[in-house]
Design a protein around this ligand. Structure first.
Ligand code: FES
Length: 96
C-alpha cells in the first residue's frame, strides 16, 4: 500500500455532507467533524472577548473555552465538542 492509498481511504470514510449557519452564513462540513473544525476550515471568526479581540480554538479538547459560541440558542457552547449536523444555528456575536 502506498502512502497515497492510505489518504484516499481516509477521505472515503468521511461522513455525509451537512450544512449549518454561522451568523446567518452557510458553512459546509461533514458529519463527525466538529463545528470548530468546520469554522476554522472556512475562516469563520469566533466570539470576541471584552476588548473586541477575536477568539479562536486553542486546545480543541474542551478545556480552554476559546471556541465558545451560541449554538441553537445555548450560549457559551464549546464548538470544539459540538458535532456538526444539519441545520445547527451558530451565533458568534456575543461578548464574554
Ligand atoms: S478549543 Fe478549547 S475548549 Fe474548545
Amino acid at each position: 500500500m502506498s502512502r497515497s492509498d492510505a489518504w484516499r481511504r481516509t477521505a472515503q470514510a468521511r461522513g455525509a455532507a451537512v450544512t449549518f449557519t454561522v451568523d446567518g452564513e452557510p458553512v459546509h462540513a461533514r458529519a463527525g467533524e466538529t463545528v470548530a473544525t468546520a469554522m476554522l476550515a472556512t475562516g469563520t471568526t469566533f466570539e470576541r472577548d471584552r476588548t473586541g479581540a477575536p477568539r479562536a480554538p486553542l486546545c480543541n479538547m474542551g478545556t480552554c473555552f476559546e471556541c465558545v459560541a451560541t449554538v441553537d440558542d445555548r450560549p457559551l457552547t464549546r464548538t470544539c465538542l459540538t458535532p456538526a449536523r444539519e441545520g445547527l444555528t451558530i451565533e458568534t456575536s456575543g461578548r464574554l
